[in-house]
Design a protein around this ligand. Structure first.
Ligand code: URA
Length: 241
């Protein structure tokens, strides 16, 4: 039984998270749910963009071309390659990981190392091809020694991700791992608390599952990942029916 103080703190924390997510998307104006529904799709993300040329990109290639020399955070100094994203620019499904690792940094393509090969198998397990979907990360540059992304780095890089989402207009987002999911959903919930349900990310169905690198370390979690992917596939097939 939580104490009164625990309940109070949890309420404050969830209100703070909600307001931060709204501020990310709408700036410092609080819209009613009706106003948000009535707003044109583009407004939702455009308020978080700085006034820079890349924000007006009409395609992923154009966006990548405009931002691939980014030096907005320290990772620009240590990366080998900027890792923008890969896949179908009209994908219904977007997989979002955390940050490039060594293989991805070397090749400039997300999820090409061992974890990436497992991700490809996970996608194929639901009768899709890697080329059907779009794959990217919160961070576009590798953190040295694969350390966790820092909040300031994610803050800086997130407008790039939002612009990718705006161009692709996926119907589903699948967040790979705790860090990606917590950041996008603006929550401190555990992975267990975020899995097994369908979240709404501004009209896009968002599902959370294990990061494939975690599955390489803990193969026992593959069963739960399969459950998550079956839930996704059921919703996807319903949407296509
Ligand atoms: N882990 C990630 O989160 N992303 C990659 O691209 C590779 C490994």
């Amino acid at each position: 039984m939580p104490t009164y103080e625990e309940e109070y703190n949890s309420l404050i924390e969830s209100t703070k998270q909600y307001l931060m997510q709204q501020a990310d998307l709408f700036g410092n104006i609080i819209y009613t749910e009706e106003q948000k529904q009535a707003a044109p799709q583009g407004l939702k993300f455009s308020s978080v963009y700085p006034d820079e040329a890349w924000t007006r990109s009409a395609s992923l290639d154009e966006q990548n071309g405009q931002i691939c020399n980014c030096l907005k955070c320290g990772l620009g100094q240590t990366r080998t390659n900027f890792v923008f994203g890969v896949g179908n620019p009209n994908a219904d499904v977007m997989f979002i990981g955390e940050a490039p690792g060594a293989d991805e940094d070397a090749q400039g393509i997300p999820f090409v190392g061992r974890a990436g090969q497992l991700l490809t198998k996970i996608i194929e397990a639901v009768q899709m091809k890697r080329d059907d979907v779009y794959i990217c990360n919160i961070l576009k540059c590798r953190p040295p020694n694969n350390r966790d992304p820092e909040p300031a780095e994610m803050e800086t890089c997130t407008p790039y991700l939002y612009k990718q989402i705006e161009i692709i207009k996926p119907k589903f987002i699948i967040c790979l791992g705790r860090i990606s999911a917590q950041w996008i959903l603006k929550t401190n919930s555990s992975l267990g608390g975020m899995r097994g349900k369908v979240h709404d990310f501004h009209g896009i169905k968002l599902i959370v599952t294990y990061h494939p690198a975690a599955l390489l370390r803990n193969p026992n979690w593959k069963y739960d990942t399969w459950e998550d992917m079956k839930m996704f596939k059921r919703l996807y097939d319903e949407m296509k029916a």
